[in-house]
Design a binder for this molecule. Sequence first.
Ligand SMILES: [Zn+2]
Ligand SMILES: [Zn+2]
Length: 215
Amino acid sequence: MLVETMVVGFVQTNCYLAWNEATKEGFLVDPGDNAPLILDTVRRLGVQVKLIFLTHSHFDHIMALAEVAAATGAKVAIHESEAAEIAAPSPATLRALGLPALQIKPAPADILLKEGDTLPCAGETLKILHTPGHTTGSVCIDTGKLLFSGDTLFEDDCGRCDLPGGDYSVMLSSLRRLAALPGDRVVYPGHSVSTTLARERQVNGDMLRALRSAQ
Ligand SMILES: [Zn+2]
Ligand SMILES: [Zn+2]
């Protein structure tokens, strides 16, 4: 599985294109902004996008969703508890951040995700881990080798928990759960650089706190 990272929008959100080298079938994670860049990349690499995953519904992960979904014909997948938010984006998070309201085109979900779902795509079995804490419906997408962690797990950090729907104690439970995944993963977070699960288990202060608080 190959992964192309596109940094999009004014809070530098990572949009990922992941695909199978042989079949060219793939999926996108978090088309946060800059639909022309995302669509050019899909075309340049010749990928057939089957699914668009949203790790959560914050504006910086969904602003190009409607345009990218329409252009690719891919099915849109988000946790069931945040589907209403992409069908009718609300200004609550923007307001909490002190930002002006943005016009975000609505894009209804085709697939409502829940904990433990598995979706076949690009020759992989994609497993959905419901990891609330940053938002109530945050998910990670796990291939067993790669983990698309949204704003749950970052390099040396985790997502903020002070926005509507956020809860740090719930975040700690989610981080504990990610730490307990067997073996290693390359982690592709919603912001900043990619890392590995093995490294984060060693040095991530929030993950270490989560592990300590379980004892
Ligand atoms: Zn977020
Ligand atoms: Zn974000």
